[in-house]
Each structure stands twice: as C-alpha cells, then as structure tokens.
Design a protein around this ligand. Structure first.
Ligand SMILES: Cc1cc2nc3c(=O)[nH]c(=O)nc-3n(C[C@H](O)[C@H](O)[C@H](O)COP(=O)(O)O)c2cc1C
Length: 216
C-alpha cells in the first residue's frame, strides 16, 4: 500500500486557500483510489518545523557517536522529517507564492530534509519519487507576462526538488487568485476561474493516475 506525504503551507484555511483546496481535491481522488493507503499530513502553518541551527546542520556531517548533546537533539528532529520524506511513495506540497517565493515554513522544512550524501546530492535516497506541487499565486508569472522574471517559486522548487533531491516533479498552478478581491484585476476574473477549474481537474487526474501506478 502506497504512502502519500501531504504538506500544506498556506497561512489560510482551506475555505480561503487555493493551494489547500486543490491539494484537498488531489487527496480525495488519491484516497478514493487507495482507501487502504497511508496519508501522512503536515500543516506547516499550524505546526512549523524549526529553522536549521548550526547543531542540526553540522550533525548531518559528523559521526553520530561523536554528536554533542546539542547536535544529537537537533538531529533527532531532522531525522524524523527525513525518514518521513523517505517513507513516502508520493509527495503532495501546497506552495503558495509569498513575496515572489515559497513560504518560509516550507523553506525551513526543505532545509531540514535536504541532507547532502543522503537525501541530496549524487544518489539521493528518494530519487524518482513523484512530487506534485500546488503553486498557487495571486498574479500570473507565466512565460510572456510582465512579471515572468519575478517567478521564484517554480524556478526555485525545480532546482531543489529535481536537481538536488532527485524527485519527479509536476506543478499545478492555480493563478490570478487575487482577481476576485482586487478591483484592479476585475477583468482577469474569467482567467482566474478557468485556472482554478483546470487546477482541480488536473489534481484529480494526477492523483488517480499516480495512485493507480503506485498500486500496480
Ligand atoms: C504574505 C503574502 C505575500 C504574497 N505575495 C505575493 C506575490 O509576491 N505575488 C503574488 O502573485 N501573490 C502574492 N500573494 C498572494 C498569494 O500568492 C495568493 O493569495 C495565493 O492564492 C496564495 O495561496 P493560497 O490561496 O493557497 O494561500 C501573497 C499573499 C500573502 C499572504
């Protein structure tokens, strides 16, 4: 039975969050396909993981037998996150755009999980694991738009998730989510609505096909 690691990082509840709502659609389709499967859930807004400390970082490169008490304590927390990440057959990550990049809570999770020589580098331990990222954003940063050069969510996550952790990455991008609230964006409402609809459809299709593939 496959295990899904589902991570949310929006500061808003599902009723007001595009990434949480689309992730929920994914997860429902996954669970329908996989009623016996396991879902590990982390809400990084409700329960942030600690930022990396010098002890947590240096412990990753030292012999565990030689860890100081500070390193041992810090590394235990990191190992819990790493083992959870390695246990997953698939990952689902809600990554809203905040100030052009990912929420700091998600960055803190990545800093804990990315360990050179284990999860990251030459032969990463979760190599090939599929990861679906719901990259919600208030505006549009699609190729050809005026803000294209300010896009540090997909560009950054591609670098860390694919090039560093070796995962098999797929993005779903509900965009222009601010259109309904910002009068200056009123004419973009139809584009926002079609983006939202497509994101939910893609999430359901992707979850179903992944669950079928992993159960086979
Ligand atoms: C602190 C903060 C910063 C934001 N910065 C940006 C931004 O730089 N660009 C953008 O397009 N939208 C920005 N937004 C809008 C969010 O990307 C948008 O509300 C999106 O839907 C967030 O995902 P969520 O609905 O899952 O919370 C920001 C929102 C917040 C709360």
């Amino acid at each position: 039975m496959a295990t899904l690691l589902h991570i949310d990082s929006s500061v808003f509840p599902a009723s007001a969050s595009a990434s949480r709502a689309v992730a929920e659609t994914f997860r429902k389709a996954w669970e329908e396909q996989h009623p016996e499967g396991t879902v590990i859930y982390r809400d990084l807004a409700a329960n942030p993981v600690p930022h990396l400390t010098a002890d947590a970082h240096t412990a990753g490169f030292a012999d565990p037998a030689a860890h100081t008490p500070g390193q041992a304590a810090a590394f235990a927390g990191r190992l819990e996150l790493i083992e959870e990440f390695e246990r997953a057959d698939a990952l689902l990550i809600g990554a809203p755009m905040y100030n052009f990049t990912i929420p700091s809570t998600l960055k803190a999770w990545l800093d804990n999980v990315a360990l050179m020589g284990r999860t990251a580098g030459e032969n990463p331990s979760a190599k090939g694991t599929p990861v679906t990222v719901i990259a919600s954003r208030g505006g549009s940063y699609a190729p050809g738009t005026p803000r294209e050069g300010y896009e540090y969510v997909q560009n950054y996550l591609r670098a860390v998730l694919v090039d560093f952790l070796g995962l098999d990455l797929d993005f779903i991008v509900p965009e222009l989510t601010m259109a309904a609230q910002n009068p200056a964006m009123a004419e973009l409402i139809p584009l926002f609505e079609s983006s939202r609809e497509r994101a939910h459809q893609d999430a359901a299709i992707r979850a179903k096909s992944l669950a079928e593939r992993l159960a086979a």
